[in-house]
Design a binder for this molecule. Sequence first.
Ligand SMILES: Cc1ncc(COP(=O)(O)O)c(C=O)c1O
Length: 375
Amino acid sequence: MNLFDVYPLYPVEPVRGCGCYVYDAEGQEYLDLYGGHAVISIGHAHPQYVEAISKQVATLGFYSNSVENSLQRTFAERLGKACGYEDYSLFLCNSGAEANENAIKLASFQSGKEKVLAFSRAFHGRTSGAVAATDNPKIVSPFNRTKNVEFVTLNDLEAVEAKLAEGGFCAVLIEGIQGVAGIQCPTDAFLRGLRALTTRYGVTLILDEIQSGYGRTGKFFAHQWAGIRPDMITVAKGIANGFPMGGVLIGPQFEAWYGMLGTTFGGNHLACAAGLAVLDVIENEKLIENANEVGEYLIAELRKMPRLKEVRGRGLMIGIEIEGSASELRRRLLFEKHIFTGGAGATTVRLLPALGVGRKEADRFLAAFAELINE
Ligand SMILES: Cc1ncc(COP(=O)(O)O)c(C=O)c1O
């Protein structure tokens, strides 16, 4: 059987990882500033993480959501404390798309309304509802296409108000920072305005922090820079450092009933062990502070480079707009300098490294990058 050929692949295979480095079978080292698409939060093969999942799988790897699982309760308590949402409740699932799918469903159940307002160039995942709220017609099949999702331009508060005034919306769905769009930031003023408008119109505000959350921007969630509190927050990617896990943080105004939401694998023992280890390491190693510090340094140094069109982002979620082809530059960074980076569109290089990346790695990247763009 062949693999269904949907991914364009680099001819390189990391077989081992350590911190923010990966290695191929020949032992070639690569600096990983992509983090497997913002998933590696605490670094590859972190010993505390390896020990936690190894112990858990040797004890009890899985049981269904029909019995008590105290690991889930411990994880919810720890996460609530770590991110400042102790009064919210947590629904655990397996991926980012699934988290958004459940958040939309919950907003719709609660309000009895069906429409969702999303933003141009948004990415929210590939399941039915999440992909309908993703502004990329290429990945929306005729089955997924729906009049229930409408799009307005990011940072255009007037357009949001005009739509909400029409009525029928259960939710506004927005990324903390748009990732796939090439690191496009909602302004703090826009997020505050959005919070005020959604409150005024009785519409649920869902913050998709799947890529921008979990410490990446130098606060636990990107929206916390704007000082707002959304009604729901969706998380995945860095939550379990590569173990598939997602979640919805749900405000106290939402009431659950048995059978309302559900999943076979969500919140399983292994996922919770992985998630708890991630929270421990983020706290013990002060990774959020590090993301802020190293991120600020990278952004400031990149902004000094004369040939770049724009440097966007916060903390370790950085988009570098270059003059030529981003894919060609990324290819050269990978094969000539042995540095993994991410892309977004034709001209943006994306940096999404593990949160513990250091100045040494930042300097190595800056030197390699400057050399290639100044050729
Ligand atoms: C902002 C955002 N939301 C949702 C998703 C979907 O997550 P998953 O691929 O885990 O379904 C992604 C993935 O890239 C994302 O960046």
